[in-house]
Design a protein. Structure first.
Length: 375
């Protein structure tokens, strides 16, 4: 379990670093105007760190239940406990980021300083702040443009217990749903939740392969390399703001996660201290990095070259994000405070299920155990 956590944190570190490098390029005038240079192309692909985050989310949520299921043949899934833990894990740092950028945006406007590009002025209103706090993203106006993924992730939490049950009970139906969602995404149906749903589902599949030892080491690395080349080719020629997050990149990131678990050398590299540390603070870095990058690029570009301002922006975003993570995220990850809040929140969630007349308990069983019980 420790080894698994290490390399998964390493993958989180890779994902957040890719996203920071991408946004530093977006807000660097020289790189953004560089056209189709090899460097610009590589940096543009950093946006697919978000795709990797989505897959890792599905993996991490599914792994504990699937591991218990594999070991014991059955596993109880406490939906209320799951919901309470997810709320405590995601919401407090998110609200802290909202408060931080509301204060920053208000101060900038007070001194007649233009807001950085990732911050929408409309999001600074009371109504805008409330909508963001409630994960309502219909108008796509955020205090930090990167907040768009949080609303999707939060809505997926409502679907996760059902998706997990379908994966265990009807894996073929699960596959059909994932393929149908991918096809819908390829046709550019304008629903962002549906567009990225297969990525989340692929994370559940990756967790299932991991616990069953079906990672196929001989195929994992070649599959990751080939799928990444195909995905990169599918996005060649796109600009900074119009990069396809299509099914090809979802498959490529899925293959990377499977390869990481199947390949000892890759697993050791991803389990190295600096990468694991970056992964451990990745949520905090993600929440605050883009406005920081934009502010640094805007102020530094007039006094230094594009390459230097780019490096300063990346380093500054990682530093600020790390401090923010320790201040606003760590207390809600593994601590007595976190346990107390979860313990108080859980009864309220159970009461909601009771008022709805719905059970908050779900029993997962391996197919062999179901057949034995039926016999």
């Amino acid at each position: 379990m420790k080894e698994r956590i290490s390399y998964i944190d390493g993958l989180r570190g890779i994902a957040v670093l890719a996203v920071v490098l991408f946004h530093a390029g977006v807000h660097n005038s020289a790189l953004r105007g560089a056209g189709q240079t090899p460097l610009a192309f590589v940096l543009r692909q950093g946006c697919h760190g978000v795709d990797l985050f989505f897959i890792l989310s599905g993996f991490c949520l599914a792994y504990p239940a699937l591991a218990r299921l594999r070991t014991k043949g059955a596993a109880a899934f406490d939906v209320s406990g799951f919901a309470a833990r997810r709320i405590v894990r995601i919401v407090p740092p998110y609200y802290a980021a909202i408060a931080l950028f509301a204060f920053l945006g208000g101060a900038l406007l007070l001194f007649h300083v233009p807001l950085p590009e990732p911050m929408a002025r409309e999001a600074l209103t009371l109504g805008g702040i409330v909508k963001q706090a409630l994960f309502l993203d219909g108008d796509r106006k955020f205090l930090d443009a990167s907040f768009w993924t949080l609303a999707i992730e939060f809505r997926w939490y409502f679907m996760f217990p059902v998706l997990l049950w379908i994966w265990v009970r009807f894996p073929k139906a699960f596959g059909a749903i994932a393929v149908a969602a991918m096809v819908a995404g390829a046709t550019r149906i304008q629903n962002v939740d549906l567009f990225f749903l297969p990525f989340f589902m692929l994370g559940i599949v990756a967790a299932g392969l991991h616990v069953r030892g079906l990672a196929l080491p001989a195929l994992a690395i070649p599959a990751a390399i080939v799928s990444t080349i195909v995905a990169g080719a599918s996005t060649a020629g796109n600009g900074w703001y119009f990069i396809e997050n299509g099914p090809f990149w979802g498959v490529a990131m899925f293959c990377l996660v499977v390869a990481a678990g199947a390949t000892p050398l890759l697993r050791r590299v991803l389990s190295s201290g600096p990468i694991v540390f970056l992964g451990s603070v990745s949520y905090g870095v993600y929440l605050v990095h883009e406005p920081v990058v934009a502010l640094i690029e805007r102020s530094a570009s007039a006094h230094m070259g594009a390459a230097f301002s780019y490096g300063v922006a990346v380093a500054g975003a990682l530093a600020v994000g790390t401090v923010f993570s320790f201040a606003a995220e760590r207390p809600f990850v593994s601590s007595a405070l976190r346990d107390r809040i979860v313990a108080r929140l859980e009864p309220a969630v159970r009461l909601i299920f009771a008022r709805l007349g719905t059970s908050d308990a779900m029993e997962l069983q391996e197919p062999q155990r179901r057949e034995a019980l039926a016999a």
